[in-house]
Design a protein around this ligand. Structure first.
Ligand SMILES: Cc1cc2nc3c(=O)[nH]c(=O)nc-3n(C[C@H](O)[C@H](O)[C@H](O)COP(=O)(O)O)c2cc1C
Length: 179
């Protein structure tokens, strides 16, 4: 069942002009909050954004790879307090993935937009820009934004036969797994 969702998940960057039901948004956020964190420290904070002007502003957060956010129905901005956990990046990444996997289950399309370590067109820092747009406390770091909406593009699902099995090693690196 979960495997089927993993095969179906693709990055969707075109969205229909169709609202996402409140219960679905609730499920996406619950998926985030159900994520495991190092020492159970839950260092993350999530900002749910559906305001069109804010989505437009956030779409300008990076030099490339974020413009499609202007056409998204919803964004979930994932930030964290690094003073609470030194592995906040891992914690945020798991939450991001859980949101994306719940999105597939809800027939929604989603795409990860990397913010940490990225710059805007003018060379300024993407994280600082997002913090400014959303009034985030200065101590928070911004990991990523998940763009969401009903898909307006079709992508092929993954084929288990085509996975890069050469990346799997047996006991020691470089040894193939016996058939
Ligand atoms: C850590 C991470 C950062 C990503 N950053 C972006 C991004 O900033 N913009 C974007 O359009 N896609 C981004 N993606 C989506 C990837 O480009 C995409 O997952 C990859 O090409 C594989 O395609 P698939 O998601 O359809 O399987 C990111 C994905 C990950 C996991």
């Amino acid at each position: 069942m979960y495997m089927k969702l993993l095969e179906e998940r693709r990055s969707i960057r075109k969205y229909k002009n169709q609202e996402i039901e409140g219960e679905k948004i609730q499920s996406l956020l619950q998926a985030a909050l159900l994520s495991p964190t190092s020492r159970g420290s839950q260092p993350w904070q999530f900002v749910q954004v559906d305001d069109k002007d804010l989505l437009q502003e956030l779409s300008e957060a990076k030099a490339g790879g974020s413009s499609f956010l202007a056409g998204a129905t919803l964004a979930i901005v994932i930030a964290a307090d690094p003073e609470i956990s030194d592995v906040w990046v891992e914690d945020c990444s798991i939450a991001a993935t859980n949101i994306q996997m719940e999105a597939v289950d809800l027939d929604l399309g989603s795409c990860w937009i990397q913010i940490r370590k990225r710059q805007r067109q003018d060379g300024s820092d993407s994280e600082e820009y997002v913090k400014d747009v959303l009034n985030l406390p200065n101590k928070l770091r911004v990991d990523s934004i998940i763009a969401l909406g009903y898909p307006d593009e079709e992508k092929e699902k993954y084929d288990l036969d085509d996975l890069p099995y050469n990346k799997i090693h047996y006991n020691r690196y470089g040894h193939e797994v016996p058939e």
